[in-house]
Write a protein that binds this ligand. Sequence first.
Ligand code: DQA
Length: 147
Amino acid sequence: HSILILNGPNLNLLGTRQPEVYGSETLADIEARCRDKAADLGIELAFAQSNHEGTLVDLIHESRGTHAGIILNAGAYTHTSVALRDAISSVELPVIELHLSNIHARESFRHVSHIAPVALGQICGFGSAGYLLSMDAMLSHLTQKPP
Ligand code: DQA
């Protein structure tokens, strides 16, 4: 299996961005931990970040035929982007919605997710550990026998 971990706007600033909310690890630190885990699980991993909504849409489209599933931390686009939601619906790949922080415990504008209705599920509030948890969740989904 190959999976894509896709990160949206401002996540390139992890490490220095509101560390009290998002922790002190950089995105490169998190990527390194994900790559170690992918090697343990025996899966291929692509890891990407963009601040641009259209680029994220393109990367979702390009995942079709390349990746078996997508773990998506869409950042603030979670709360605004119908385009990302439509891209997910269009490619029919399993998507896990991921956030470092517990979006439900924060400002009310973060309680709305356009991604959630088209995602397999959501993992939020566990900091960078959520990246590793979502890899387990995706692999368990992909290897699950059909009912
Ligand atoms: C985030 C939560 C979003 O509300 C916020 O806009 C982000 C990061 C998280 O990982 O906790 O950029 O997706």
